[in-house]
Design a protein around this ligand. Structure first.
Ligand code: HEC
Ligand code: HEC
Length: 253
């Protein structure tokens, strides 16, 4: 999807904004800035960190990052993801404009504001994205069983054998609960792509980056099963683009 769509978005960007690029930078909309700050805190800070310094080499810094100057590739990267950057295809144009305004103008960055209309133009030919919920039967029982085996070996010592955290083991860094209300509260509104990529690149705490994509999906399937989310006929994929369409939320039933 990215390879097909980004060049088009780039062309539109060049056509529409090329003429204004030399003029003074767009003013920063304070309301978008405030909205963007909230979005950043819940959707981005876990990886890029509250002060934008990132966690290199896994998560690049956004403070002082000249990549943010290029608006059209920036919109595409956040909306569609790139490598280990999860997609935010569930964001509205307004949410995209808000978070972009925020990262372009925080922590000493001074790349200028962006309007909702500009972002909408750069997103014009985006396919209609079908959204799913974690309650739609997005994993299989067999997959959750595989995930359980990995979980017991590599995660339970810190996150508890019942996924409710391991607050009472003095020998380990205590991990938070990974299922049920606590997990849903902490990831509410985020896509499974963010949960997946955060887990894959930072866990297990003692050996980050050692899980394969398949193993990570299997463990998530187990976390969803323990959270009483229904299983279905198809396994949870490890494609970030597809995981980006599944939203974590409280039980809608
Ligand atoms: C699960 C971790 C994670 C989350 C959550 C995340 N990112 Fe990223 N981000 C990454 C990684 C990894 C990369 C590097 C991608 C690559 O290697 O091409 C990246 C790259 C980027 C880049 C490109 C930087 C560059 O120098 O090329 C931008 C901009 C960015 N992220 C913005 C955001 C914003 C805005 C959010 C929240 C809406 C966000 N990210 C959420 C992991 C994350
Ligand atoms: C040595 C202890 C340790 C091990 C082992 C470990 N974790 Fe963690 N984990 C932590 C700690 C501490 C945190 C909280 C701080 C952070 O997010 O880095 C955490 C956070 C998390 C989070 C984010 C939870 C949230 O809602 O904020 C997820 C998801 C996660 N771990 C999954 C896993 C999985 C899956 C495994 C096994 C493959 C695993 N962890 C193994 C210590 C551990």
């Amino acid at each position: 999807m990215m390879t097909r769509m980004l060049p088009v978005a780039g062309m539109i960007g060049a056509l529409v904004f090329g003429a204004t690029a030399a003029q003074s930078q767009n003013a920063v909309d304070e309301a978008l800035m405030a909205q963007g700050s909230e979005i950043y805190g819940t959707a981005c800070a876990m990886c890029h960190q509250p002060a934008g310094q990132g966690m290199p080499p896994a998560f690049p810094a956004l403070a002082g990052n000249d990549y943010l100057a290029n608006l059209d590739s920036l919109v595409g990267t956040i909306r569609d993801g790139r490598e280990a950057m999860p997609p935010f295809s569930h964001f509205s144009d307004e949410e995209l404009a808000a978070v972009i305004t925020y990262i372009r103008n925080s922590w000493g960055n001074d790349f200028g504001g962006v309007s909702v209309d500009e972002v909408a133009l750069l997103s014009t030919d985006q396919d209609e994205v079908t959204r799913l919920s974690v309650w739609d039967g997005i994993y299989t029982d067999e997959q959750a069983e595989r995930g359980q085996a990995i979980y017991i070996g590599q995660c339970a010592m810190c996150h508890g054998s019942r996924l409710d955290g391991a607050a009472d083991d003095p020998d380990q860094r205590n991990g938070p609960a990974l299922a049920r209300a606590r997990m849903i509260r902490s990831w509410n509104g985020q896509s499974v792509a963010s949960l997946f990529e955060y887990t894959r690149s930072t866990m297990p705490d003692f050996n980050p980056g050692s899980l394969s994509g398949q193993q990570t999906s299997d463990i998530l399937a187990y976390m969803f099963q323990v959270s009483n989310m229904p299983s279905g006929d198809e396994e949870l994929t490890d494609s970030l683009a597809l995981l980006g369409r599944i939203i974590i939320e409280p039980d809608p039933r």
